[in-house]
Design a binder for this molecule. Structure first.
Ligand code: IMP
Ligand code: MG
Length: 179
């Protein structure tokens, strides 16, 4: 049996909101270059769509953090498994995340990046689950605040599956077969 997934945020709403976030970032940095830092793997789809909506000189880099533990919640112990290729010193950095849940991953990451002397350091997250927060982390740009449900799609995975869904969905019932 396949998993049963319901749509929480449809594709057209995602695209509309991403265009708004792109316009906001474009306005806030007013003609200055921006450097997007995409947090692998979940933020890949969001980063690509957002980058196309930012009308400024733009560069991108990628990093990967892994939270220890294989459950559906982060442990707070974060390991940097791929660092950035380029220095961020003096750059207008916008960190792109798929979701801020407890906020532990971002707290670690923003702390690390701020030590590298960027000119600006902002956080843009597609989704936020405020009910789950255990740190004071908030996005400077937030796509959608969502209830405390485990979501998949648009980069977000369940055991590496469903990143390719063009919408945000909720797994209503677990089967034994993934699409
Ligand atoms: P945090 O450190 O608890 O904020 O965890 C953030 C990370 O946990 C995200 O980057 C996701 O990889 C993962 N995560 C949290 N909530 C969800 C969810 O609902 N679906 C899929 N992944 C999630
Ligand atoms: Mg994940």
């Amino acid at each position: 049996m396949k998993d049963i997934i319901s749509v929480m945020i449809p594709e057209d709403e995602l695209q509309k909101r991403i265009a708004e976030l792109g316009a906001e970032i474009t306005k806030d940095f007013e003609g200055e270059p921006v450097h997007l830092v995409c947090i692998l793997k979940g933020s890949v789809f969001f980063t690509c769509a957002l980058a196309q909506q930012i009308k400024l000189p733009l560069t991108m880099d990628f990093m990967r953090v892994a939270s220890y533990g294989e459950g559906t919640t982060s442990s707070g112990i974060v390991r940097l498994s791929k660092d950035l290729d380029d220095s961020i010193e003096g750059k207008n950095v916008v960190v792109i995340e798929d979701i801020v849940d407890t906020g532990r991953t971002l707290k670690y990451l923003l702390g690390l990046l701020s030590q590298r002397k960027p000119k600006a350091l902002k956080l843009c997250t597609l989704l936020s689950k405020p009910a789950r927060r255990v740190t004071e982390i908030e996005g400077d740009y937030t796509g959608f605040e969502i209830p405390d449900k485990f979501v998949v799609g648009y980069g977000l995975d369940f055991a590496e599956h469903y990143r390719n869904l063009p919408y945000i969905g909720v797994i209503e019932e677990l089967g034994d077969e993934r699409e």
